[in-house]
Design a protein around this ligand. Structure first.
Ligand SMILES: [Zn+2]
Length: 144
C-alpha cells in the first residue's frame, strides 16, 4: 500500500511540475536544506524533501498557487490585486497594509492550489489539506 501511495504521489507531483514548466516556465526543485517557496525572478519553486509525500503535494500545490497569481500574463492584475505588496516580495515585514496583502496572497494561493488540483485531476485528502492550510495560515496570522 505504501509503495502504491508513493507511486500515486510521485505521479501527482509530476503532473504539477509539468504544468508549471509548460505554462509558466517554472522549474520545481526538491532539497532537504530548502524551505517551500516560489522565487519569482529565478522562476523556481523549491520544496522541502523533509516532509512526507502528502505534505509535499500540498506544499507544491500552494506554491503553484503563488505562481498562478504572479505569472507573467496576470502581472498587471497582480499589481492591481495587491496594491500594497512591495516590489521586493513578502519576506520583509512591512506596514499593516502590506502585511494584509501578504495574508491575502497566502489565502488565495491555497485556494488557487486547490483549484489546480481539480484541474489536473489530483485527488486531495481534504482533512489533511485543511489542516496543512490552516496551520500555514495561522503561522502567517501570528507573523502579522
Ligand atoms: Zn505561500
Amino acid at each position: 500500500v505504501k509503495d502504491r501511495d508513493n507511486f500515486i504521489y510521485c505521479n501527482y507531483l509530476l503532473r504539477i511540475e509539468r504544468h508549471l514548466l509548460e505554462n509558466y516556465d517554472v522549474e520545481v526543485v526538491y532539497g532537504s536544506d530548502v524551505s517551500d517557496a516560489y522565487y519569482e525572478s529565478a522562476r523556481v519553486v523549491e520544496i522541502s524533501s523533509r516532509q512526507n509525500m502528502k505534505s509535499r503535494l500540498h506544499s507544491l500545490l500552494h506554491e503553484a498557487g503563488h505562481v498562478v497569481l504572479r505569472n507573467e500574463h496576470s502581472r498587471i492584475r497582480f499589481g492591481e490585486n495587491f496594491p500594497f505588496m512591495r516590489k521586493r516580495g513578502c519576506s520583509v515585514r512591512g506596514d499593516k497594509k502590506h502585511r494584509a496583502d501578504v495574508l491575502r496572497e497566502e489565502v488565495m494561493a491555497w485556494e488557487k492550489g486547490r483549484d489546480l488540483a481539480s484541474t489536473l485531476g489530483i485527488t486531495i485528502d481534504s482533512d489533511a489539506w485543511n489542516k496543512h492550510r490552516q496551520n500555514s495560515l495561522i503561522s502567517y496570522m501570528e507573523w502579522f
